[in-house]
Design a protein around this ligand. Structure first.
Ligand code: P6P
Length: 332
């Protein structure tokens, strides 16, 4: 009988990877663990408690109708991150601007957290997997008040990143820059247990994920890559399978485990695409690279982009290294 390793045990064990770790990142990750369990509880019974389903009647800065569970998840993340003192400020998809917990320099929270509290939330009412995505940075200067520059750091400066997928099971997948590990929530004991140690994404794959309804709006190079995926060529295992759930975390997670590419390109209507750099693309790009995969805009490495706006969008190609490189070759 192999001993279960819990997320808490794993985080503490890995803390030694940080020679100067003072346990703050450990406590920060533990607060995300707590928030994800609370969100999971509501997601799992969303169909039962009708007051949590449906629209909140408000819109976020993206102009997207906020689902009640979006707002609930956002509040739970903020509460958990605020409660323990390691975090000085957050930004989220559901908040127009960043939220400084307390700029009093006496609150020496070292970390900045950006998150999408419930990605894919339009799928809540139809019981499709959704997710929480988070991205963690060190603040730039602990002796200066938090400012926009603390949030506009390149993705390669993340100290940790990950996601929670609320699917047939609930999993938390994260990296602190030393590989990617996955933990499955055991509802019987309410604990995340190490189920997918050292996740590596297959170098090549046979799944492509894109909303083909936007095909007519895409640039020619992207169209040509999609046509490439659909061509009949057994020697390269084509045609690939088209798999698109319309929930980024679910599509990304499947491709991470099986191999594949997720694409949300720019379109004529939205040249920068739909996905947000800071709290969707950067954290997933770090996960992809740490698992041996790749993430780019089709032309530029996601993690090298110098952000300019909190909610900026970028085209997103992420997954198996060879598939992303093949897609990029159509865009050169
Ligand atoms: P479309 C959900 O709103 C989301 O941000 C991702 O989770 C998902 O992959 C994408 O948008 C779906 O967008 O335009 O294909 O419906």
């Amino acid at each position: 009988m192999t001993k279960i390793k819990t997320l808490g045990e794993f985080i503490i064990e890995k803390q030694s990877d940080f020679p100067f770790a003072s346990g703050e990142l450990t406590r920060l990750l533990s607060s995300i663990r707590l928030a994800s369990k609370i969100i999971n509880r509501e997601v799992n019974r969303a169909g039962l408690t009708s007051d949590i389903l449906g629209s909140a009647g408000t819109e976020n800065i993206q102009g997207e109708a906020q689902q009640k569970l979006d707002v609930y998840a956002d509040n739970q993340m903020i509460y958990a991150l605020k409660a323990r003192g390691e975090v000085c400020a957050i930004a989220s998809e559901e908040n127009d601007d960043y939220v400084i917990f307390d700029n009093d320099l006496s609150r020496k929270g070292k970390y900045i957290v950006l998150f999408d509290p419930l990605d894919g939330s339009s799928n809540i009412d139809v019981n499709v997997s959704i997710g929480t995505i988070f991205s963690i940075y060190r603040r730039l200067d602990e002796n200066k008040p938090v400012g926009p520059e603390d949030f506009l750091q390149e993705g390669k400066k993340q100290v940790a990143a990950g996601y929670v997928i609320y699917g047939s099971s609930t999993m938390l997948v994260y990296t602190t820059g030393n590989g990617v590990n996955g933990f499955t929530l055991d509802p019987g004991i309410g604990t995340f247990c190490l189920s997918h140690p050292n996740i590596r994404i297959p170098e090549d794959g046979k799944i492509y994920s894109v909303n083909e309804g936007n095909f007519g709006q895409m640039e020619e190079g992207v169209k040509n890559y999609i046509r490439y995926c659909q061509e009949d060529d057994k020697s390269t295992s084509r045609p690939y399978s088209g798999r698109y759930i319309g929930s980024l975390v679910a599509d990304f997670h499947r491709n991470l485990l099986k191999g594949g590419i997720y694409i949300y390109p720019g379109t004529m209507k939205s040249p920068e695409g739909k996905l947000r750099l800071l709290y969707e693309c950067n954290p997933l790009a770090l996960i992809a690279e740490q698992a041996g995969g790749k993430a780019s805009t089709g032309k530029e490495r996601i993690l090298d982009i110098v952000p300019t706006k909190l909610h900026q969008r970028v085209p997103f190609f992420a997954g198996s290294k060879k598939m992303v490189e093949k897609a990029e070759s159509f865009l050169k």
